[in-house]
Design a protein around this ligand. Structure first.
Ligand SMILES: [Mn+2]
Length: 328
């Protein structure tokens, strides 16, 4: 596979991690990964974006790609609970990390949009490891650039992320308003579903904005009371209504702080590990699913690496769901 030269030079190669605990009957994710420059085609491509300059609070998620990749090393390609085996029928690569500009938020966004647009143009479904949530703007913009019609977005997050700005600056709290205000093919509010909103951390002003615009907000407490299957059904209905593609964006702070302590703003009462995994499993199998980002994992704020392990498990579920989607 060929990427344009100006795009390829924005990618920093990551050596494939070593296998720590070999067993001749195990097949690990690292064993099935292919090298993209020599592969004929690739179904899913991992892309790291080590950038957290748009976090206004506790930083550290620029090390998210490193933390999550270290946990992915331990992944076997078979999950008995899903009964999915990735050892055949799915081509996975790692494009490495995008060469970001740590002192320039918008300059970094331009690079991310450029790289991911080229990856989408190859027909690859990207799995992006952040990095702060401001980056979901270029992640989703790249999909919009490669889709004839509209894109629907389902996001898991403790926060609404529809701020005008942080005192004039683009931040990790602004990406979804920016997408809805795009001049060309903007994200339609009726196709945006925000799941897991929670805690004493969101302004009434922005909740009112979402209601007035017609954004679907399903707070964490409602998820716990309704049950996750019902929430997924509604989310998919809304995100697929009149759209050509669905993007799933996960801010790890949408999960409960017991399973995601390693992030800027941990969330008491957020989604459980099971609820988040089930969302990825079901949404990733939808015929329109075209990408995932897993954002805001900060290993330096983590407890025993559990947040990185959670991120790796969400990515493995998306790989399993994508294989199922492609072979249906
Ligand atoms: Mn967020």
């Amino acid at each position: 596979m060929d990427l344009p030269a100006d795009v390829a030079k924005l990618l920093i190669d990551i050596p494939r991690p070593a296998n720590w605990v070999p067993d001749e009957y195990d097949v690990g994710l690292r064993d099935i990964m292919v090298d993209w420059p020599t592969a004929d085609s690739v179904d899913v491509g991992i892309v790291g974006v080590p950038f957290d300059t748009a976090v206004m609070g506790r930083r550290g998620c620029r090390f998210g790609p490193e933390g999550v990749r270290s946990s992915l090393v331990f992944s076997n390609v078979y999950d008995p609970s899903l009964d999915v085996d990735l050892s055949t029928g799915l081509s996975v690569t790692d494009f490495g990390n995008i060469d970001v500009l740590h002192t320039e938020v918008l300059g970094t966004h331009e690079r991310v949009e450029q790289v991911l647009s080229s990856i989408y143009a190859l027909g690859v479904t990207p799995v992006i490891i952040g990095g702060d949530h401001s980056l979901s703007y270029p992640d989703i913009k790249a999909l919009m650039n490669n889709t004839g019609g509209r894109v629907g977005v389902i996001m898991i997050d403790g926060h609404l992320d529809v701020r005008h700005s942080h005192h004039g600056e683009v931040s990790s709290g602004t990406p979804f308003r920016r997408l809805m205000e795009e001049p060309s093919k903007p994200l339609r509010p009726c196709n945006l579903v925000e799941v897991g909103i929670n805690g004493w951390l969101n302004s009434r002003y922005y909740m009112d904005y979402c209601r007035e615009m017609g954004v679907t907000v399903i707070p964490a407490r409602q998820v716990h009371r309704r049950g996750i299957d019902d929430v997924i059904t509604e989310a998919l209905e809304r995100a697929s209504d009149g759209t050509d593609a669905i993007f799933l964006s996960i801010d790890i702070d949408g999960l409960d702080l017991s399973v995601a302590p390693g992030t800027c703003a941990p969330s008491p009462g957020g989604l459980s590990a099971y609820q988040a995994l089930e969302m990825v499993w079901q949404i990733g199998q939808h015929p329109l699913s075209r990408g995932l980002d897993v954002m805001e994992i900060a290993p330096s704020l983590d407890s025993s690496g559990v947040t990185s392990m959670m991120g790796a498990a969400l990515i493995m579920h998306y790989l399993g769901a994508t294989k199922t989607r492609l072979h249906r």
